[in-house]
Ligand binder design. Structure first.
Ligand SMILES: [Zn+2]
Length: 254
């Protein structure tokens, strides 16, 4: 009996500590579910966000440096392990890029791009999901930052993609750095900071086309935002980049 109650106590203790460190919210995407996992303690400086479920290097990098940077909160979307979320409707799955849901025009363009056809009925519930997600992400004060963590692969886009695009107001490329590792910021002073550190960096244009991404949402709402983008597998670089962004943001605290 003693042995039995010890096992129960142990399980209860384990269960309690898990609830304290990880909060898991579930959202319905039609017949599918999506999890939003909230980890960490401090929301004083920055809220970190991982939207793409297949970009695992960024999440591992974050976890490995978290202790050195005051354990900031990480909000992580999880569903099927892929880049896109699946919305289940009438026995079919429709693909949604979770970083294209923060405006109606962006969402509709992205649904067109990722699906041959889609029913109009799924738009309203996805918009509702986006606003619930923003209600979790949006920081409590204007001095707080939203820091997105992303990974790309060697053959898709890089800092060079932005250099001649209307998305970027300014671009700095260090020829000695991998073009797939870069910062993407909405504040001019942050652009100047990373440039002074010889990091690849893009300043988002104020007139950027609304693609429904979190960066454009932040830009339009004057919320300071940094995206830390690294090539898949560049864990050590991304760890260093996360620390640099964190200490920059911390240095701006009153
Ligand atoms: Zn991504």
């Amino acid at each position: 009996m003693l042995k039995y109650s010890l096992i129960i106590s142990f399980c209860l203790l384990g269960f309690t500590s898990k609830i304290q460190t990880d909060e898991v919210k579930s959202f319905e995407l039609g017949s599918r579910l999506c999890k939003v996992i909230i980890k960490g303690e401090s929301e004083n400086e920055a809220i970190f966000v991982s939207l793409h479920d297949n970009e695992n290097t960024s999440v591992i990098a974050f976890k490995e440096v978290s202790e050195q940077i005051n354990r900031p909160i990480l909000i992580e979307l999880q569903q099927n392990g892929g880049r896109n979320l699946k919305y289940g409707f009438n026995g079919k799955d429709y693909l949604i890029d979770p970083n294209r849901i923060f405006s109606e025009i962006g969402l509709e363009n992205s649904l067109k791009k990722n699906n041959n056809t889609y029913p109009k009925e799924i738009i309203a519930p996805i918009k509702d999901f986006a606003s619930k997600l923003l209600a979790i992400i949006l920081p409590k004060s204007r001095l707080n930052y939203i820091v997105a963590i992303h990974n790309n692969s060697n053959d898709n886009f890089s800092v060079r993609y932005y250099a001649h695009s209307s998305i970027a107001e300014k671009t700095y490329i260090n020829p000695n750095e991998d073009v797939d590792d870069f910062f993407y910021v909405t504040e001019r002073s942050d652009f100047e900071f990373f440039k002074s550190k010889k990091r690849n960096v893009i300043l988002q244009s104020k007139n950027v086309f609304d693609d429904g991404s979190l960066s454009v949402y932040c830009g339009r709402n004057n919320l300071p935002y940094i995206n830390i983008e690294a090539q898949d597998g560049h864990k050590e670089v991304q760890k260093q980049m996360i620390k640099e962004a964190y200490f920059l943001i911390k240095s701006k605290q009153p």
